[in-house]
Design a protein around this ligand. Structure first.
Ligand code: C2E
Ligand code: MG
Ligand code: MG
Ligand code: MG
Length: 282
């Protein structure tokens, strides 16, 4: 009967919830432990952004990877959100920029001069200490701010836009380039374009993955590229998986393309090899 079906539903539902919360809790415990102990479970991978005008790679994005002995490989899509909600994303970001700066030094030792883009969260933007710590670490290593840039997802900025705008302006004044990540999804607001002090707009991969097949996506990308240029921003398309899409983007005046067609995210040692032997795929 109906009551029994409801009871059954509640039981299954709470099982699912419990599983979800147990996993969340393990992510928090295990990730905090790794950040404290540095057992080598975290890694920073790199994915190049191809400049379509110069046919050169001038910048790469740093993407975190986590392989935990209890949980196995956990996607950043999962653990970054958990760290944000649990309030310790700043510790993740600290690990990321420290590792990025070590890798930048090793890139330079191999005569590879690329700007490394770090993904940051709203909590990071709102934390002025983070900026001063990054600056201090760069200074100690005699590196200019231009070796780093920051990408943030618009959704993260919603809570206090005024404060975010202020902080971003300070970061830009310090010499860092700012990109708005995942443009067109989630909390998208066109008014951000005029309010946010940013240099680069990254159009979300959901509009790019099938660019070669879908006219509707081409309309969106073409229009967003024009919009970005009208606001004096450069445009990066992520999720470029084939040559046809790359050519379409080039025709739209898109400055940068990033995606599996050019290169998957790979570790620093592999990146050094890739960069040295890079040639455009056909
Ligand atoms: P994102 O910053 O928008 O990064 C793009 C994601 O798309 C990456 O997933 C990348 O591996 C993937 N991707 C790149 N090219 C292609 C392609 O051609 N096809 C497809 N299907 N996917 C492609 P990933 O590495 O799993 O990262 C997911 C998200 O997690 C990132 O999205 C970013 O928001 C966040 N994230 C990653 N690393 C960090 C980090 O160090 N700090 C913070 N705060 N967030 C991070
Ligand atoms: Mg990004
Ligand atoms: Mg994205
Ligand atoms: Mg993102």
């Amino acid at each position: 009967d109906e009551a029994q079906i409801t009871r059954q539903f509640i039981l299954e539902f709470s099982d699912e919830l419990e599983e979800k919360y147990t996993r969340r809790l393990s992510i928090i415990t295990e990730l905090k432990k790794e950040l404290r102990e540095n057992n080598g479970e975290l890694a920073l991978f790199y994915q190049p952004k191809l400049n379509l005008i110069q046919n050169k790679v001038l910048s790469v994005e740093a993407l975190i990877r986590w392989n935990n002995k209890e949980l196995g490989f956990v996607s950043p899509e999962d653990f970054i959100a958990v760290a944000e909600h649990a309030g310790f994303i700043g510790e993740v970001t600290t690990w990321v920029y420290q590792q990025a700066i070590r890798d930048i030094i090793s890139f330079r030792d191999h005569d590879i001069d690329v700007m490394v883009a770090i993904n940051i969260s709203a909590q990071d933007v709102m934390n002025p200490e983070l900026l001063s710590m990054v600056m201090a670490l760069l200074r100690v290593n005699e590196l200019p701010p231009s070796v780093l840039s920051f990408e943030m997802t618009e959704g993260h900025l919603v809570k206090d836009l005024g404060k975010a705008v202020q902080q971003l302006a300070i970061m830009r004044e310090a010499g860092f380039k700012i990109a708005i990540d995942d443009f067109g999804t989630g909390y998208s607001s066109l008014s951000y374009l005029s309010k946010l002090p940013a240099d680069i707009l990254k159009i979300d991969k959901s509009f790019v993955l099938k660019l070669d097949q879908q006219e509707s996506d081409r309309k969106i990308v073409r229009t967003v590229a024009k919009l970005a240029h009208d606001f004096n921003m450069e445009i990066v398309a992520e999720g470029v998986e084939n040559q046809e899409s790359l050519e379409i983007l080039r025709n739209y005046g898109c400055e940068y393309a990033q995606g599996y067609h050019i290169c998957r995210p790979i570790d620093a040692a592999k990146y050094i090899e890739w960069h040295k032997t890079f040639s455009l795929p056909n």
